[in-house]
Design a protein around this ligand. Structure first.
Ligand code: ADP
Ligand code: X2W
Length: 300
């Protein structure tokens, strides 16, 4: 093959990739996409760099990504160094006064700046904030009820300074996106009394996506999506199917709050919430720029 025809072949290949992406670029032009980036995915440098490039690429093609990150494993590492024991109830970290200080330091400090740097290094401008900034997440103490299996009596569990979003003020997000910047949000909220609250990152992402009336919520995790009893990926789930999956014990553990937060997002007006594999390079682009997507979409 001559040099000229090889040059045309390569160019045709590249052009057809662009042509295939065009309908999706049109579909998502100007759309807000909230991406929840979990702490597990951050451990791998190659994947982390790929995540940063994907978010920067979304911005560069006229989409408005808003990143909400976790950092559970990073908090664990710091607590271990400080010799502080940590316990979880139904996937939530019981957070006392000493611990909430560490949680804020790690989430709103090192992790937030790490995620911001990933995106900025990829050529877009990201700004790291937490739920306290601009009054973004007003939180209230979360109370969890559990039923004693022996007595069948329900009682409230005290999780300490674990919060849930009471009110979301999106002005700071609009101020950033309006200036061409990408908000990167740590899930730490502020109570009416100024108290710092530790908020599960999936819950924060869902509440922010609903408040923004986002086009899509993408939850990056460490499985391909929601799997059925045969461990097969379920590409779509209705709210009724989610409820059935939990009732039958097919959806368990950390996947329960994840699907519930997706349901809350779609009920709150988000068009589609997807759980997808953050261990796959370019997971966000694969989900958004292909017809079927790759993960499990929870439909309203
Ligand atoms: N039906 C299911 N499909 C997929 N994963 C499930 C299912 N039921 C339970 N899981 C578990 O949920 C986990 C994801 O939740 P979690 O560990 O809390 O995620 P993250 O740390 O990303 O927030 C998976 O690693 C898997 O072990
Ligand atoms: C209340 C609560 O459990 N908060 C979480 C916040 C971080 C988080 O959710 O991080 P991942 O998404 O990486 O799991 C925690 O303390 O670990």
């Amino acid at each position: 093959m001559s040099f000229a025809s090889e040059r045309y072949r390569l160019a045709a290949e590249q052009a057809s990739t662009v042509a295939r992406a065009l309908p999706y670029l049109r579909r998502y032009a100007g759309a807000t996409i909230v991406v929840k980036y979990g702490g597990h995915a951050m451990g791998d440098d190659v994947l982390a760099a790929s995540f940063g490039r994907d978010i920067a690429a979304l911005k560069q093609v006229g989409i408005n990504p808003v990143v909400v990150h976790g950092g559970g494993p990073q908090i664990n590492t710091m607590l271990k160094r400080l010799a502080i024991q940590s316990t979880f109830v139904e996937g939530l970290r019981v957070t006392d006064e000493a611990m909430v200080e560490v949680v804020e330091m790690v989430l709103a400090g090192s992790v937030n700046k790490q995620v911001t740097s990933l995106i900025t290094r990829a050529g877009a401008l990201a700004v790291g904030i937490c739920g306290k900034d601009g009054g973004l997440i007003r939180a209230r103490k979360l109370t969890r009820m559990i039923r004693d299996p022996d007595s069948n009596i329900e009682r409230a569990l005290d999780l300490g300074f674990v919060g849930e979003p009471a009110q979301i003020d999106i002005r700071v997000i609009h101020a950033l996106t309006g200036a061409g910047l990408i908000p990167v949000i740590a899930p730490v909220g502020i109570g009416d009394d100024g108290q710092t609250y530790n908020i599960n990152a999936d819950t924060a992402a869902s509440a922010i996506a609903a408040a923004l009336q986002a086009h899509r919520l993408l939850m990056l995790t460490d499985v391909p999506g929601v799997l059925d009893a045969n461990k097969e990926l379920m590409p779509e789930l209705t709210v009724a199917q989610v409820e059935a999956g939990i009732a039958s014990g097919v959806i368990t553990g950390g996947m329960i709050p994840k699907v519930e937060n997706c349901v809350a997002a779609v009920r709150g007006g988000v068009k589609g919430a997807t759980i997808l594999d953050g261990r796959v390079e370019h997971a966000c682009l694969l989900e958004l720029f292909t017809e079927g997507g790759v993960g499990t979409m929870i439909l309203g």
